[in-house]
Design a protein around this ligand. Structure first.
Ligand SMILES: Nc1ncnc2c1ncn2[C@@H]1O[C@H](COP(=O)(O)OP(=O)(O)OP(=O)(O)O)[C@@H](O)[C@H]1O
Ligand SMILES: [Mg+2]
Length: 293
């Protein structure tokens, strides 16, 4: 799962996220290793989804390679294991840059309570999962607990400075529009997505973390789309449905997943990869650099 450290003697383990392990390659570079861990309702489950980390890594690299003209990003190389990426080490901004094209999740909750999402006043009478006239930038704080909190533009501006904020807003909207258009042609709705930006040594803004993956976005199958209620997730629905059926309390520890749920979930992650990239997943496993071309 994690790389063999004996073969990489000087690799310092920097951090573990819910999904990724971070290692320092040197002062300027990190190795980001996406594991096969899956979390649902913010709890990491005891069962892994084989190749999920490769799907996330391949999809991120695919989008990074295609969005460089919109915004520079941290990707330096994808390793042959398909789950490790060499990245430029950044000073990450303390906000998550969320773009919402549709009203769902905490956006829907906030709208129902106040008619607003992160300070955007929206028209009355919108339904759950409804498409917004224009995508909106709805920043959130980055919290250690993983329960990120929506904040207003003014609060985000206080954290990163108004000029930086305007810049990440513009870039996030452009990235979302580019990817959402492309995904729509592949039968996938990107309802919302989250970007993380950082600064390089020269103070330049760079897109980091993962980008436009099922873990950082809500992917919905376009064919079954019906506003007015929650939409099934393209990839995680098997896991969510199973967890709901067990009557699990949604607090740790999460339930073990049975084999059919694991296989079904893996198949959907792979399908999302293949639809969005137009590349066979087997071709990615044989040579991960296919997503960069
Ligand atoms: N280029 C980079 N330089 C420095 N840090 C980065 C870079 N790219 C991503 N990161 C950070 O690495 C971490 C990625 O790990 P992961 O996605 O598993 O964790 P997370 O999203 O913070 O936590 P969780 O998923 O548990 O909420 C994030 O904290 C992210 O901000
Ligand atoms: Mg993350």
């Amino acid at each position: 799962m994690v790389p063999d450290e004996s073969s990489v003697p000087h690799m310092e383990h920097v951090a573990s996220g819910k999904v990724r392990e971070l290692y320092a390659l040197d002062h300027e570079r990190l190795l980001l290793v996406a594991t096969d861990r899956v979390s649902t309702f913010d709890v990491v489950l005891p069962t892994e989804i084989p190749d999920k980390g490769r799907v996330l890594t391949g999809l991120s690299a695919f989008w990074f390679a295609r969005t460089r003209a919109i915004c520079p990003n941290h990707l330096l190389a994808v390793r042959p294991d398909g789950r490790s990426t060499e990245c430029r080490r950044l000073q990450m901004l303390p906000i998550e840059c969320v773009i919402r094209g549709y009203l769902s999740g905490s956006g829907w909750r906030d709208y129902r309570a106040t008619g607003e999402v992160c300070g955007h006043r929206l028209p009355e009478g919108l339904r759950e999962s409804e498409r917004l006239r224009e995508p909106i930038f709805t920043p959130a704080t980055k919290t250690a607990s993983g329960h990120d909190e929506n904040i207003t533009r003014a609060q985000a501006g206080a954290l990163v400075g108004p000029a930086r904020l305007a810049e990440v807003e513009r870039l996030s909207l452009a990235l979302y529009r580019f990817a959402a258009d492309r995904a729509r042609q592949c039968g996938i709705i990107i309802a919302d997505t989250k970007f993380e930006f950082g600064q390089d040594g020269d103070g330049r803004l760079v897109l980091g973390d993962e980008a436009l993956t099922p873990d950082s976005s809500r992917f919905w199958p376009a064919d079954g789309y019906r506003p007015g209620h929650p939409q099934p997730s393209f990839d995680k629905q098997f896991v969510r449905d199973f967890c709901e059926r067990t009557g699990w309390s949604k607090t740790p520890p999460g339930p073990e997943l049975p084999e059919p749920v694991v296989a079904g979930t893996r198949a959907r992650y792979v399908e999302a990869f293949e639809r969005l990239t137009g590349i066979a997943f087997a071709a990615y496993l044989a040579d991960p650099t296919v997503v960069l071309r």
